[in-house]
Design a protein around this ligand. Structure first.
Ligand SMILES: Cc1ncc(COP(=O)(O)O)c(C=O)c1O
Length: 391
């Protein structure tokens, strides 16, 4: 269809295409779209045949989105990924698509807390029965499995704040035997440090908000997988919900990922150094690289390194002392989220949230995320903080 015109009214809304000859840029073009134009009427009528990968409507993505999806899939050696507006959205989409009325969902007790909120509000109202298991005790998982009814097992490794690492291959073997799918939140490691699909996981979710975005100014998530039927199902669920992702945000993530490997290497090395120093000074540190860490052997087996997030377990330290310790910080900032260029600290408590966790672990924690500031200034902050905590 030739739509060229020299009528000014038409030219206002349909500019002539510029030549691309000689233009070679290193950046991924930013394609925005709601409407996608078809070459003829028959192609439009047959548009459903383009799904789930092709372009039919902006809601399911543009070439900018697909570039990010392909990049993430390749980082995981996976066949597909789907970009969604947040990490939480990646997790809830998987759950909504895979578990329905009368079915059973098993969630590790140490997951990102809003996942539990989703289960006890929306999933419960849909008649989904959710139970929580201790991610460190396979016997607890075995006892809660309901063969035939358990459709999905969801883990996060290391877990939010408390950092427990799951034996993913052992959990995957149990899921295969019982006919359940296994999903894993891999936000802490990213595909650079762990590829859960290679450990037997069926579906990976990641919050790109953290390391991929990398600058504390972006919300985005991804579902990463090999199974093409599940892929089509998730795309269809997102289409039915009307969930789309801004290509502008995808473009920001494509930029962030360019430095992700370097940032994680730096933050991981700094975290390891500080974790060892803090432990030596008498603080109880939860960091996978420490031989004292309960998941150390699993981490050595399944992960290629550490990112820059770890926690301190505070035993018998009252809240006012924790607040005083954090208020002494000069370089760290206090806030939610992590994985950005700025070092972030947050006081955390898991009391009341954990059902399968021994009550002696319902204590308070400090979560640290290392960024790119001066290592000396960060360490001075941590010294000040531990002096108050241990004083
Ligand atoms: C482990 C983990 N998964 C998922 C999320 C959710 O990510 P988003 O904030 O993009 O929804 C978070 C956010 O803090 C997280 O820490």
């Amino acid at each position: 269809m030739d739509s060229s015109s020299n009528n000014n009214d038409t030219l206002c809304v349909a500019p002539p295409p510029a030549s691309l000859e000689g233009f070679a840029s290193l950046s991924v073009p930013l394609y925005r779209a709601s409407t996608i134009v078809f070459p003829n009427s028959a192609a439009y009528r047959a548009r459903a045949t383009r799904s789930p990968d092709g372009y039919t409507y902006g809601l399911s993505g543009t070439p900018t989105t697909r570039t990010l999806e392909k990049q993430l899939a390749e980082i995981h050696s996976a066949s597909r990924s789907i970009i969604v507006p947040s990490g939480q959205c990646a997790i809830t989409t998987v759950m909504l698509a895979l578990v329905s009325h009368g079915e059973h969902l098993l969630i590790a007790d140490n997951v990102y807390p809003p996942v539990k909120l989703f289960a006890r509000t929306i999933l419960q109202s849909f008649g989904v029965d959710t139970e929580y298991f201790d991610p460190t005790r396979l016997a607890d998982l075995d006892a809660k499995f309901r063969p035939g009814a358990t459709k999905l097992v969801w883990v996060e490794s290391p877990g939010s704040t408390t950092m427990e690492i799951c034996d993913i291959p052992a959990i995957a073997a149990r899921c295969r035997k019982s006919g359940a799918l296994l999903g894993c939140d891999n936000t802490w490691a990213t595909g650079l440090l762990c590829r859960p699909l290679s450990l037997g996981v069926d579906i990976v979710a990641e919050a790109l908000t953290k390391y991929a975005g990398g600058h504390s100014d972006l919300l985005l998530g991804a579902i990463i997988l090999d199974d093409l039927d599940l892929y089509a199902r998730f795309r269809s669920t997102l289409g039915a919900l009307g969930v789309g992702t801004s290509p502008d945000d995808c473009s920001q993530a494509l930029r962030g990922i360019q430095t992700m490997a370097l940032r994680i290497r730096h933050a991981g090395a700094l975290g390891e150094l500080f974790a060892h120093r803090l432990e030596k000074s008498g603080v109880k540190v939860l960091h996978p690289s420490l031989p004292s860490f309960s998941g150390h052997a699993l981490w050595q087996r399944d992960f290629a390194g550490c990112s820059g997030v770890f926690s301190l377990l505070l035993q018998n330290v009252d809240v006012s002392k924790v607040d005083r310790a954090l208020d002494h910080l000069r370089t760290f900032v206090i806030g939610a989220s992590w994985g950005g260029t700025r070092s972030i600290v947050a006081p955390m408590t898991v009391a009341g949230e954990r059902q399968a966790m021994p009550s002696e672990l319902h204590r308070s924690y400090i979560r640290l995320s290392l960024g790119l500031e001066s290592a000396e200034e960060l360490w001075r902050d941590l010294e000040r903080m531990s002096d108050v905590l241990l004083g």
